[in-house]
Design a protein around this ligand. Structure first.
Ligand SMILES: CC(C)(COP(=O)(O)OP(=O)(O)OC[C@H]1O[C@@H](n2cnc3c(N)ncnc32)[C@H](O)[C@@H]1OP(=O)(O)O)[C@@H](O)C(=O)NCCC(=O)NCCS
Ligand SMILES: CC(=O)OP(=O)(O)O
Length: 332
């Protein structure tokens, strides 16, 4: 299964309009050209028209067919200012502050989605994750029934014996620094949904810890154990188990030794980390030491498809995440 090629083919079957908010980043300009050439999505780049055209010429890429909008000088400013003011006036924002905010490309791009001028957005190549998340939380907000937005990484491993032919989903590696047990349970359920809807997995979710089924005692372990209980209550149809260590989740013989009663141990295809320190470190270790493709972070639980990139991303990472964003937009 070439999962990444599959996303590109699905995206190409019904083109979606995706905004790139970071027109001054080389990888973004090159990715826009590649996506346009391969007809994966319709791309709008935000930034200064002349600078982006000059950059494309310098990189030797064509941007024919790619729309470029300068948020500083756009016909949409008044509309976006008024809409954003309505959304945030209860927080004490003024109209002048609203206008300044929507000229920021990350806010402008999010407003394009909110006002149905685009179907999705990809950003984060040049901005820290928090800067991508804040406008998304303030403008498009959470999907119905969701209180905690989180993120998933699709990990495509070289070793095909793990997960589903080497494909796994990791969460939460980008959003919630210290989830409580309710939030951790919601993250597990959202990630199972992402694995099912994007990859057609039968999700087998391992809730990770430094303890397996009570082998250690600590309040951090209790948080994970409680999350498993809540997830079972809220989504009894899902296969979610833990707490368990990563080796018990991934290796059949270790799973049998440490958690013989578990139907997830040794067979997990979804890993839920106990907090953001372990999740973010964990995915980057697998990406860099094991040479895995790490696509995402894909935001889950937002009312519209807006996805984050790592500042360490490659052009191919941008193309892959754009294809996934377009597939999410098709599914809306
Ligand atoms: C997500 C994040 C940006 C929120 O920032 P913050 O300054 O703490 O924001 P606040 O707690 O004031 O919340 C801001 C808004 O977002 C909402 N929000 C925060 N976290 C949320 C979540 N996980 N799901 C849904 N909404 C959330 C709040 O409800 C609030 O809404 P409001 O302004 O309408 O009241 C912050 O948690 C963060 O920086 N996370 C880590 C990101 C990161 O560095 N990742 C590592 C690299 S990938
Ligand atoms: C997802 C992530 O870790 O983003 P960055 O590398 O940009 O901090």
């Amino acid at each position: 299964m070439d999962v990444l090629k599959n996303f590109k083919e699905r995206a190409a079957s019904k083109l979606q309009k995706i905004v790139f908010a970071e027109g001054d980043d080389e990888r973004i300009v090159k990715a826009a050209a590649e996506i346009e050439a391969e007809k994966i999505a319709e791309i709008v780049i935000l930034g200064n028209l002349e600078s982006i055209k000059e950059a494309a010429a310098e990189y030797g890429v064509e941007l024919d067919g790619v729309e470029i909008i300068d948020p500083e000088d756009s016909e949409y400013i008044a509309e976006f200012r008024d809409e954003f003011y309505q959304l945030r006036k209860h927080k004490g924002i003024t109209k002048a502050e609203a206008e300044k905010a929507v000229k920021d490309p990350l806010y402008f791009g999010t407003m394009m989605i909110y006002t149905d001028k685009a179907d999705g957005m990809v950003a984060g190549a040049a901005n820290a994750t928090g800067n991508v998340l804040r406008p998304a939380f303030q403008i498009v907000k959470t999907a119905e029934g969701i209180s905690t937005v989180s993120s998933a990484l699709i990990m495509v491993l070289k070793d095909k014996s793990f997960g589903e032919e080497g494909v796994m989903v990791f969460s939460d590696c980008a959003v919630n620094p210290a989830p409580n047990s309710e939030q951790l349970a919601e993250i597990a359920i959202s990630t199972a949904d992402t694995a099912k809807s994007l990859l057609d997995f039968d999700p087998k979710v391992a809730m990770l810890s430094f303890s397996t089924m009570g082998s250690a005692c600590h309040e951090n372990v209790d948080n994970v154990r409680e999350a498993v209980k809540i997830a079972h209550e809220n989504a009894p149809h899902l296969k979610i188990d833990g707490e368990m260590q990563a080796d018990a989740a991934l290796v059949e013989s270790v799973g049998q030794r440490k958690a013989p009663e578990s139907e997830i141990a040794g067979r997990a295809n979804v890993l839920v980390f106990p907090d953001l320190q372990s999740g973010n470190i964990g995915y980057k270790l697998v990406q860099r030491l094991a040479g895995a493709d790490a696509v995402g972070p894909i935001l889950q639980g937002l009312a519209a498809p807006i996805n984050d990139l790592s500042r360490g991303c490659s052009v191919e990472d941008v193309v892959n995440l754009t294809a996934i964003t377009a597939v999410q937009a098709q599914n809306k």
